[in-house]
Design a protein around this ligand. Structure first.
Ligand code: FE2
Ligand code: FE2
Ligand code: FE2
Length: 470
């Protein structure tokens, strides 16, 4: 099929070499560029054709054009036995078939593009909510990464508790609003270094009610956000605020978010305290099982710890320390990955390697939704997630290069921007032709990432050994 840049992209195949190759092998069409005509026609394979055609030297090609209205959309190329010469009547019949198929394909494209628009509406609502949540944290946490970590921790705990995917998605979006009520708290209290006095603490507590008042509405997502804003400081034993709710009186989302929020506060550095060691923090959560926290959610927290520790590194506010050795518990990954990580991709900086591994995971996920034919909507969703994380990774990498005075910072920034704008182009092309865009982008992503990591990011290894306080 033609992509929006008028290049032919192979989007499906049957019987070429390996049966059911999920992503059609692009090389199979090497050297074949049959002309567009308005009727089905017969042509033959030339001798210079690619190797994959070597065993089909006896074949002729029957080309069925696909049209979208009057414009060319693509073609179906049938490999037929050269002994068979279709007569004019048969070619007419094949032309009719190509009209019918054209209709089916264009309807399919329109439906898929519609489903992406639908997703975009949902995404833009979720984005607006996330941005408001991040804005509310802006005064005491400029990067907004606390919100990201906290929402991802919540989702990981929810997963370990067996919540449905739909619930988890709602929780992830709604949790970003947990502290939206901080908008109503003055700088003098919110940014005070050191402990708050009794009155100040009472004022600080009101961020829960302020959040609850702000999030008034009938929308289910806003309702979930209100629930979380109101109850993320309630304690299982009834000693929390604002209502002193007890046990299961506290909504489940509130119980989950409370652990996620406290854990992130403990292991992060704040103006009034140093970051706790991981062991101290997990021990504290355990001690508070049945006290501050829901015992079931505490069990789930421990179960989800491998994911939680990874999230902590992927969304960290700290300048990446090239010398830090990471020893994260292994995370289960499926065996048949499209791009699989091996040590040759390691650039010698553990944290960056972890970021890159996660980008690989996201590319594999995208590959899976394409090959398993989950539809354009799901492809768009995963692509959106990939571009969001790529941005976070690039900014973290650039911050590190800047901190250590890495000479190629500008070049890297340029490359990163190029990749981001390319993802944006693919996203736009998904709306025009979801079929071609999918296959175009998956190959590009893999090649760009592998090359950038090995060639460009590989040079970052010279930062290893540099002092952290530079
Ligand atoms: Fe809070
Ligand atoms: Fe990188
Ligand atoms: Fe990079």
């Amino acid at each position: 099929m033609c992509n929006p840049r008028n290049e032919l992209v192979q989007v499906a195949q049957h019987g070429l070499g390996e049966e059911d190759v999920p992503v059609p092998f692009m090389d199979a069409l090497d050297g074949i560029t049959p002309a567009f005509r308005d009727k089905a026609y017969l042509t033959s394979l030339s001798s210079e054709m690619g190797e994959s055609w070597a065993d089909k030297q006896n074949a002729s090609l029957l080309v069925l054009p696909l049209f979208d209205g009057k414009s060319e959309m693509g073609m179906i190329i049938l490999c037929i036995d050269s002994d068979w010469e279709p007569d004019a009547e048969t070619l007419d019949f094949m032309t009719n078939i190509s009209h019918v198929v054209s209709g089916v394909v264009s309807r399919y494209i329109v439906n898929e593009a519609l489903s992406i628009r639908e997703l975009e509406l949902e995404e833009s609502r979720a984005d607006a909510i996330r941005r408001l949540g991040t804005a509310s944290e802006y005064r005491d946490n400029e990067t907004g990464l606390h919100v990201m970590r906290m929402t991802h921790y919540s989702a990981a705990i929810a997963k370990a508790m067996g919540l449905s995917e739909e619930d988890r998605e709602q929780l992830t979006i709604a949790a970003s609003m947990h502290d939206v009520g901080k908008i109503g708290i003055s700088d003098a209290i919110l940014l005070k270094p050191g402990k708050l006095n009794k009155n100040e603490f009472e004022t600080m507590k009101s961020h829960t009610n302020i959040g609850g008042d702000l999030l008034d509405g009938k929308d289910t997502l806003i309702n979930a956000a209100r629930e979380i804003a109101l109850t993320h400081h309630e304690h299982w034993d009834g000693t929390g605020y604002p209502y002193g709710l007890k046990g299961e009186e506290i909504p489940l989302f509130g119980r989950i978010c409370s652990i996620a929020d406290v854990f992130d506060a403990l292991v992060s550095k704040r103006t009034y305290k140093e970051a706790w060691e991981l062991k101290e923090a997990t021990d504290y959560i355990q001690q508070e099982s049945g006290g501050k926290f829901d015992p079931d959610a505490v069990i789930a927290f421990h179960d989800a710890l491998p994911d939680i520790l990874r999230i902590k590194e992927l969304y960290s506010d700290e300048v990446i320390d090239p010398n830090r050795v990471l020893s994260l518990p292994a995370i289960k990954t499926s065996k048949d990955e499209w791009v699989s990580w091996n040590d040759s991709f390691s650039i010698g900086i553990d944290i960056i390697d972890e970021h890159h591994r996660y980008l690989f995971d996201l590319v594999n996920k995208l590959h899976r939704v394409i090959t398993d034919k989950h539809g354009a909507r799901e492809v768009a969703r995963v692509l959106h997630g990939l571009s969001q994380y790529a941005q976070i990774h690039f900014r973290a990498e650039e911050k590190m290069m800047d901190h250590y005075g890495f000479a190629e910072l500008e070049h890297q920034k340029h490359q990163h921007q190029h990749f981001e704008s390319k993802l944006k182009t693919f996203y736009d092309e998904l709306h025009i032709n979801p079929l071609t865009a999918q296959f175009d982008m998956i190959t590009y992503l893999k090649e760009w990432l592998v090359r950038h990591i090995v060639v460009e990011d590989g040079r970052l290894s010279e930062l290893v050994g540099m002092s952290v306080d530079q």
